[in-house]
Structure formats: structure tokens, C-alpha cells
Design a protein around this ligand. Structure first.
Ligand code: ZN
Length: 436
């Protein structure tokens, strides 16, 4: 029961072929219409394609978790300035528990409050996962049984409520930087509010430089850190996430690290991460799953750059420098690879367009989650078979290590590598530096 089951049957054609000229054909038509309606909607039919304000969002998440209580739960990682919860819904065959061998994945939407498409398609995604699991969809069952998925539809619920007062398609909620509702209630841009870790890393003495888990500098805590940012930092550090996506709007493209220009003053130049090839590979998973993102001519250019004619992806800094963004933080401070999905030119489109955005992104959202199983995963154990926490795992040729998990389990780390790159450099998957 993959995505094919939700494709539209030729209902219009049925109308034409079965004009009810006899009582019998009338019954056939009634049957086809009834069956057809059900087939058209499938699991998508249970989704209400509209905007969800905070209370609505809270209700849908809780209703979904109640309906799928065996595989999901709702939790909050903190509160916004105005006291709204930063809700997360989790999907797992064992919700609430990190299971050794099962990687942790997350989506975060609506970090900029006026970028509403990501918020809504995540609300649709959680309903789709729940109903798909209940319906026995083999693909969704496999995904949830093998992965712990965390979905935060809105990191900036206050900003969304402000943007919503203007409604969709307002000139002020289109692509301009000063968009109403973009910032949190303290007028902080959350995607500039994380510590800018790339210069911190580069300024470290070569002799003592770690290429992973770079420490957040003391000075950062003297800056104005938004409660939304702090909550997500603590959340990022509390769970062993290994792959993530942050959903934005204003363009149609995947943007991957580094976002920061580092120490350079040069704007719009490629800021290459040690895992650059892997980031591009993962970005391509999303682009290929999207109905339009990498297809030249399918989307009107949103801005001066038409990414759809350039593979649908870009290095973050090559587009424009973003110091203090979330994805660089995730990469340099935690074990998580994260990238940004820009989903629409219009940041806050009309409600009647939301279903199309969902359909454009559905396969990409699923494929990207499945990509968490790319590469190698395993356990690091000592001679007696006991798991080793915080062991460093290095891949030759990639100047970015990862570590085994620490929670209370001492034995899990899922990580990624690129077989081709390893083949080129070492010929095998040799590890070095396994330390306790
Ligand atoms: Zn944004």
C-alpha cells in the first residue's frame, strides 16, 4: 500500500461511461461513486487541508497521538515567549524510549512564523503516518518500526499567530525579509540565534581542534538566547538525533551546510563541510522525491536564482551567509546531519493551495526519513561485550567524527558514510580512534 493507492481513479471518466440509462446502471454508478470517493481520498481523505492555529494544532497532535497511542506520543520541549508549547509528536514502535539500533530522526517546521507551508505539511504528515500505520501500509509500518521519528510542526508558534492575523497572500507575508511574523515575540530571528559554530571551530588552535562536538562558547550565553532556541538546543542535546530537516519558505530548494561563511568576508561563496558529498547525496533524496523541486520550469523562479534548473539544491553560504543557523549548530555540536527545505515561493499561500503543497512534498518527506537508514549502523563494545559510550568513530577521508550514544544504553550510534568516497580513499570501511 504505497503512494500508488492514493492516486486519483478516473472518476470523471466513470461518469461519462456510466450515464444511468437503466435502473441497473444507476446502481452501478452509485456503487462506483461511493467506492470512488473512498478511493480518491484514501488516507489523505482523513486530512483536513487547512491552516491550524495553535489550539487547532495542539488538538490535532493530541488526537493523532490518542488515535495511534501504541506508536506515538506528544511532548513539549519548552514554551515560546508568549507561553505556547513547542509541541513534538513522536512516532516509534516504542514511543518514549530510545531503542538501540533504531536511529532518531526529526523534522522542525515554522521556525520563521510566517513560513507556514512547512508547519501545515507536517501536520498532514503526522496524520498520514498514523492512518497509514493503522491501515497496514507496509512502507509506513517499516519506517515507524525501525525509526524513532520526532516532528515539531512549529518552532515559532507566536510568530505564526502574528502572521495569521494578516492571513494568506498578504504582501507583507510574501518573500520580503521583513515579513510580519517571521521573528519570535522578542523580535529574534530564530535561525540566526544559535551559536555560530563554524568560526568558533575554525579559530581553535589546530593542535586542540576537535572536528565534532565543538563546545558552545561561553560568550554565547551572554547574548539574548530566545526561549525557543534554548529549548531546541537542549532538545538537540538530549536525544541522539542523526538526521533532520528544517522546513522553511520563500524559495524552492534544499540548502545544506555550511550556512555560515565562517571567517571569510566573501558573501555567496561555497562553504564546504567535511561531509559535503554526503549532504549533497541526502539533499538529492529530497529533491528527487519532490514533484517539482529539481524539475526545471515546473516552478516560477521565486527570486533571482532559479534553483529548480540547478538541481534543486544549494550550499547554504553560497546562496547567502546565515551565521547562527540551526543546521550548522546540529552538525558541529551534535551527531545530527541537518538541512533546510525551502518549500514555496509564497511563504503563506492561500488555504486552497495547501493540498497541492502536501502532494508535492509527500514522497520527499517519506524518502528523506527513510534515508536515515543509509550507511552503516552498529554498536561499539569493549572486550567483554559491554557497550562503550561516547566512543569516537572516524571515517578516513572525512574530517568530521561522530560518537556513540550516551543516554543510559552505552551502545548505539548510527552514522553515515559514502561508500564511493571510502572506496576511493581507503578501499574499505576502516575505523580509527575508537576511544572510550
Ligand atoms: Zn525561513
Amino acid at each position: 500500500m504505497g503512494k500508488q493507492m492514493f492516486s486519483k481513479p478516473p472518476i470523471q471518466k466513470s461518469h461519462e461511461l456510466l450515464l444511468p440509462t437503466t435502473k441497473e446502471s444507476c446502481w452501478i454508478l452509485v456503487f462506483l461513486l461511493a467506492f470512488g470517493v473512498s478511493s480518491i481520498h484514501g488516507d489523505d481523505g482523513k486530512i483536513d487541508f487547512r491552516y491550524h492555529h495553535y489550539l487547532d494544532l495542539s488538538r490535532v497532535l493530541n488526537d493523532t497521538a490518542a488515535s495511534c497511542h501504541e506508536i506515538s506520543r506528544v511532548y513539549s520541549v519548552g514554551k515560546s515567549v508568549e507561553g505556547r508549547d513547542l509541541w513534538v509528536i513522536e512516532f516509534s514502535d516504542n514511543p518514549g524510549v530510545h531503542e538501540p539500533g533504531e536511529p532518531e530522526f526529526r523534522y522542525v517546521g515554522n521556525m520563521h512564523g510566517n513560513e507556514a507551508v512547512g508547519r501545515e505539511i507536517l501536520v498532514y504528515l503526522v496524520q498520514y503516518l498514523c492512518s497509514g500505520y493503522q491501515a497496514g501500509d507496509a512502507r509506513i509500518r517499516r519506517l515507524i518500526d525501525q525509526t524513532r521519528i520526532h516532528i515539531m510542526p512549529s518552532m515559532n508558534p507566536d510568530g505564526f499567530e502574528r502572521a495569521a492575523t494578516l492571513g494568506p497572500d498578504s504582501p507583507r507575508t510574501s518573500t520580503s525579509w521583513g515579513s510580519y511574523g517571521r521573528l519570535n515575540s522578542e523580535r529574534i530571528d530564530l535561525n540566526r540565534n544559535f551559536p555560530d559554530m563554524l568560526p568558533v571551530w575554525l579559530l581553535q588552535e589546530e593542535s586542540q581542534r576537535r572536528n565534532h562536538h565543538v563546545e558552545i562558547p561561553e560568550w554565547y550565553w551572554d547574548t539574548l538566547v530566545a526561549p525557543e532556541t534554548l529549548s531546541v538546543i537542549l532538545w538537540s542535546l538530549s536525544q541522539p538525533f542523526v538526521l533532520a530537516g528544517s522546513l522553511h519558505g520563500g524559495s524552492v530548494v534544499v540548502s545544506y551546510p555550511f550556512d555560515s561563511c565562517g571567517l571569510r568576508k566573501v558573501m555567496r561563496s561555497y562553504s564546504e563541510a567535511p561531509d559535503d558529498a554526503l549532504f549533497r547525496k541526502l539533499a538529492k533524496v529530497y529533491v528527487d522525491g519532490h514533484r517539482k523541486m529539481g524539475k526545471c520550469g515546473q516552478v516560477e523562479p521565486c527570486n533571482a536564482r532559479n534553483f529548480t534548473c540547478k538541481g534543486g539544491m544549494t550550499n547554504g553560504a553560497e546562496w547567502y551567509c546565515v551565521p547562527g543557523g540551526m543546521q550548522d549548530f546540529s552538525y558541529l555540536v551534535t551527531n545530527c546531519l541537518e538541512m533546510t527545505f525551502e518549500l514555496s515561493c509564497d511563504k503563506y499561500p492561500g488555504e486552497d493551495e495547501l493540498q497541492t503543497y502536501w502532494e508535492d512534498n509527500k514522497e520527499a518527506l517519506l524518502s528523506y526519513m527513510e534515508a536515515v537508514h543509509t550507511g552503516i549502523k552498529g554498536f561499539v563494545r569493549d572486550g567483554s561485550g559491554k557497550g562503550v559510550a561516547n566512543a569516537t568513530i572516524s571515517v578516513e577521508g572525512v574530517d568530521h567524527d561522530v560518537t556513540t550514544g550516551e543516554l543510559n544504553i552505552f551502545d548505539i550510534k548510527t552514522y553515515f558514510l559514502i561508500p564511493q568516497r571510502l572506496t576511493e580513499t581507503t578501499g574499505d570501511c576502516s575505523f580509527r580512534g575508537l576511544t572510550g
